[in-house]
Structures are given as structure tokens and as C-alpha cells.
Design a protein around this ligand. Structure first.
Ligand code: CMP
Length: 137
């Protein structure tokens, strides 16, 4: 087990529902420490660049549009196995498939408005943390 850092984004639906605090509490109660955070509006260019790995997928344009509809809350979580722990807390990408008690099962509406993003590997976490928080990379 290793101490890791991972990137979390509370998406526009999570910010709109006023559940930033509830989501952060889940991270903290699971032993993850919030070591950096900021609320921001993503520009189209930032959203395109952040999700560039998906640029050839059919959902890319919708994803970029959705992520720029309202403010997002971006944070860096640190702790033992932070990447996989955060993914367990989030649940499956499609909320219909997310395990009960996970963030997406409890709050998400659709695969696009799925409340949270979390890095999917230690390697991508390093890139994603650097994207928003160069000082923490
Ligand atoms: P996220 O973890 O932010 O990573 C990419 C996002 O694309 C994903 O969550 C979903 O919100 C969105 N998305 C839309 N359709 C799909 C799909 N078929 N497979 C994966 N992600 C999708």
C-alpha cells in the first residue's frame, strides 16, 4: 500500500445540487486528505484539453459541453491507495450500474451528469493533478 494523490472533480450537477460538503465528507471519512482545492469555471479549451484522451469517443463533444455548463470543484486527494479508494467511493461511471451507497448511485442523474470525476490510474492521476495544480505534482 502506498500513499498516492488523485484528482477529483465535482461536476456542474454536484455543485448545482449544493452537495460539495457531503462529497468532501465522504472523502475525509474514507481517510483521504484534501490537500488542494478550487472552484472554477472550465473554459471550452480547458475541458477539451483535460479530456483529450477521449477525443475520438462519440461522447467527447457532449462531455466538453456539459463540463462547461457551470462551476466545478476541483481537488487533490491524498492517502493510502487514493486512486482506487476514490474510484470505490464514486461508483461506476454510469450511475445505473453504480453500487448502492456510492456517490454516483446516491446523487448522479446520467452518465454525463455523473456528479464526480476521479483519475483512473496512478499514472493519469499524476497528469491530472499537474493539469490543475502544478505545485502539487
Ligand atoms: P469521467 O470520469 O469524467 O470521464 C469521462 C466522462 O465521459 C465520464 O466520466 C462520463 O461522464 C462521460 N461519458 C459519457 N458517455 C460515456 C461512455 N459511454 N463511457 C465512458 N464515459 C462516458
Amino acid at each position: 500500500m502506498a500513499t498516492e494523490r488523485t484528482l477529483s472533480i465535482i461536476k456542474p450537477d454536484g455543485v448545482e445540487k449544493n452537495i460539495i460538503g457531503q462529497i468532501l465528507t465522504r472523502f475525509e471519512e474514507a481517510g483521504l486528505k484534501i490537500i488542494g482545492a478550487r472552484m472554477m469555471m472550465l473554459s471550452e479549451q480547458q475541458a477539451k484539453s483535460f479530456y483529450e484522451v477521449h477525443k475520438d469517443r462519440p461522447f467527447y463533444n457532449d462531455l466538453v459541453s456539459y463540463m462547461t455548463t457551470g462551476p466545478v470543484f476541483v481537488s487533490v486527494l491524498e492517502g493510502e491507495s487514493a486512486v482506487s479508494k476514490n474510484r470505490e467511493l464514486m461508483g461506476a461511471t454510469d450511475p445505473k450500474e453504480a453500487n448502492p451507497g456510492t456517490i454516483r448511485a446516491d446523487f448522479a442523474e446520467s452518465i454525463d451528469a455523473n456528479t464526480v470525476h476521479g483519475s483512473d490510474s496512478v499514472e493519469n492521476a499524476a497528469k491530472e493533478v499537474a493539469f490543475f495544480f502544478p505545485d502539487l505534482a
